[in-house]
Design a protein. Structure first.
Length: 191
């Protein structure tokens, strides 16, 4: 197995620290120490901490996108596509708690505002699939005619909450509960 390069070590260390401690309580010196590099080495790969934070987000997004697209069939009915996306996303969050915790912090911080806006407006690099699916559902009159931001909240907000509660140990989501949860999200947006 190939040894991770320094950039990867930095990203892994930053992800682990930020997911647990938050953006402001994970200084570059601590990230460097955990990665086994000098603080100056971080600057060889990232202009500053803000760039590092954005790059970690993009790295996570790049891991998620191929997974959600595997088995995704644009020709299938909206409901089936929604169930696929919701199920894969919830499972990813459960299986990757550090990524989930990082994403949750990112989206609920000033760092994530621009990314969320781009997602809603359809300018995001990869994940326009959610927006396109919801718009197709509204156009096909199978999803409620509500603003996109509301549909995203109704469709995926509960999945985020359930992933958080699973990770915190408040509930244990097995395959049956995952399926029923995603179906309940569908019920919340369907006509």
């Amino acid at each position: 197995m190939e040894k991770p390069d320094k950039r990867e070590k930095i990203v892994r260390a930053a992800l682990a620290l930020i997911a647990v401690r938050g953006f402001h309580d994970a200084p570059l010196a601590m990230i460097a120490d955990r990665a086994g590099v000098s603080t100056g080495t971080i600057y060889l790969y990232f202009e500053n901490k803000d760039v590092l934070i954005a790059e970690i987000y993009k790295d996570i997004e790049d891991r998620i996108f191929p997974l959600i697209m595997k088995g995704y069939a644009p020709e299938k009915p909206v409901r089936e596509r929604f169930l696929h996306l919701g199920t894969v996303l919830l499972r990813y969050f459960i299986e990757n708690p550090l990524d989930f915790r990082y994403l949750e912090q990112f989206h609920n911080s000033p760092y994530g505002v621009g990314f969320r806006k781009d997602n809603i407006l359809g300018h995001k690099r990869n994940c326009t699939v959610y927006r396109e699916l919801l718009e197709a559902g509204v156009d096909g009159q199978v999803i409620k005619n509500l603003p996109l931001v509301i549909l995203l909240a109704l469709a995926f907000g509960p999945l985020v909450t359930m992933a958080r509660d699973h990770i915190l140990g408040f509930i244990s989501l097995d395959n049956s509960l995952i399926t029923r949860t995603v179906e309940a999200c569908w019920d919340g947006i369907r006509r």
